[in-house]
Design a protein around this ligand. Structure first.
Ligand code: GLY
Ligand code: MN
Length: 456
């Protein structure tokens, strides 16, 4: 198990205690599987807060941190003979704990006793929202009511700002991801099934001791935003949307999207739309700097789409009025991006709005804004995705057309020529710097000529 130095985890915990100030903090690890019984049922995924503060990527652990004394205790079973029989003589919990600067280990049952003791003394117990069955059960058993907003805020403030070591891990994830994307372009051609290409990118991912950071989206039906179905036969004339990313063995994620033609050559219609998406992505990246609200970056990029659609005759009218009404959402019904780090949608288990929105920032219900996961003001050290797209979703367009919505602005007849188009998304991962931002990792080809040359 690869870990950072013990001191780094100690420093992270000290800072968390300082921010939360009083009470005890309960960091819940994840159980072995959805049914919480032994290994080898479902893949294990450690809770990212546990990884961040305690590093140990192993199941069925919990931890308490005392804000007054700074004492940290890990609750979990020491290695048993059964574990050795089924999993081998893996590192002992006490060794692992030492490697993350924790010397006190207790049996799992002591967790509830210690929480009850704290409660009986009137000490507040801070915990994060439960999102798995074992968390719900444990919170219920402890007789606790609500997750702690001060803990959520403290974790966000800390995890949102990535250190150099974390950025190195993220660059590694993006670089593996880049290799997967170039291979997907080289490997794709008419007559192959999508899953054959997915198999190839899986091979590359695994060959780097990495894993997917989320279920790969690889489809000639790119208009389906999260399309995890890979059984289509690839045909000339279609675009392939490949939204896939690797996570390193320390579980830092990459999340990259590239879109390319099955044939290796963009048609004129595809070129027109691709050029707009690429321009949107570059404009999005250029607009990110400390102090800027990501909601405004989203709107800047969507306004660019409106302007370009006016040039194509798809939209007409006042751009600001269209922006205000969220008309661009007909073609990009998702947000421009999200935080990324130990989770692909970083920290969203703490509550999507707690992470993406600041206090007082209302989440809009407009089609073009309701799926915006990140709206808050950017800070130096934030890592996020910039992922504009243009999709022609015939069912959505038909619905709006039938209801005569936006009919003053949208040239619905012109859109029929795009019903077979699919969708395009281009996505990179960035870190906000003092001057602006930088794309994380090595460059992954995204210009049309580069893609066509790779696919020759
Ligand atoms: N990679 C998929 C997403 O960002 O939702
Ligand atoms: Mn993404």
């Amino acid at each position: 198990m690869r870990l950072f130095d013990a001191q780094l985890y100690i420093d992270r915990r000290t800072r968390l205690c300082e921010e939360v100030q009083s009470g005890i903090i309960w960091i819940m690890g994840n159980g072995e599987s959805a049914c919480n019984y032994k290994d080898n049922t479902y893949p294990f995924r450690q809770n990212s807060n546990f990884l961040y503060y305690f590093g140990i990527n192993a199941p069925d652990l919990n931890a308490l941190l005392d804000c007054e004394t700074g004492e940290a205790v890990i609750y979990g079973h020491e290695l048993t003979m059964d574990d050795i029989i089924w999993m081998g003589e893996i590192d002992k919990l006490s060794n692992l704990a030492r490697k993350v600067g924790v010397t006190k280990i207790k049996e799992p049952a002591a967790l509830q006793t210690d929480i009850a003791k704290a409660k009986s003394k009137g000490i507040s117990v801070h915990f994060t929202p439960a999102y798995r069955l074992e968390h719900h059960e444990a919170v219920h058993q402890a007789g606790l009511d609500y997750p702690s907003l001060s803990l959520i805020e403290a974790i966000f403030n800390q995890r949102a700002i990535k250190s150099d070591l974390e950025l190195q891990e993220m660059a590694k994830a993006v670089n593996i991801t880049g290799e997967m994307h170039v291979a997907a372009m080289q490997f794709s051609k008419a007559g192959k099934y999508e899953y054959e290409v997915v198999a190839e990118i899986t091979r590359i991912c695994k060959a780097h001791n990495a894993d997917f950071s989320y279920g790969p989206i690889f489809s000639i039906d790119g208009q389906v935003l999260h399309n995890h179905h890979h059984a289509n036969l690839m045909k000339d004339g279609r675009l392939v949307l490949n939204d896939s990313g690797a996570q390193t063995d320390m579980l830092y994620a990459g999340d990259i999207t590239r879109t390319f033609p099955v044939s290796g050559r963009f048609t004129d219609q595809q070129k027109e739309i691709y050029q707009i998406v690429l321009e949107m992505e570059k404009k999005g990246i250029m607009s990110c700097k400390p102090g800027v609200y990501y909601r405004d970056v989203h709107l800047t990029v969507c306004k660019l789409m409106i302007e370009r659609f006016k040039e194509l005759g798809i939209l007409n009218g006042d751009s600001d009025a269209m922006l205000e009404q969220g008309i661009y959402g007909l073609f990009m019904p998702h947000g421009l991006g999200h935080m990324i780090g130990l989770d692909v949608h970083d920290m969203e288990d703490l509550g999507e709005n707690h992470i993406g929105y600041e206090a007082g920032q209302e989440r809009s219900k407009l089609l073009g804004l309701k799926s915006l996961r990140l709206a808050r003001k950017l800070q130096t050290g934030f890592t996020l995705t910039v992922e504009p797209g243009i999709y022609f979703i015939p069912q959505l367009i038909e619905k709006y057309k039938a209801a005569h919505l936006f009919s003053d602005y949208v040239n619905y007849n012109k859109l029929e020529a795009y019903y077979d188009f699919g969708g395009i998304r281009v996505e990179d991962n960035i870190v906000v710097t003092q001057e602006g931002c930088e794309v994380i990792g090595d460059y992954i080809p995204k210009e049309m000529e580069e893609i066509e040359s790779i696919m020759q």
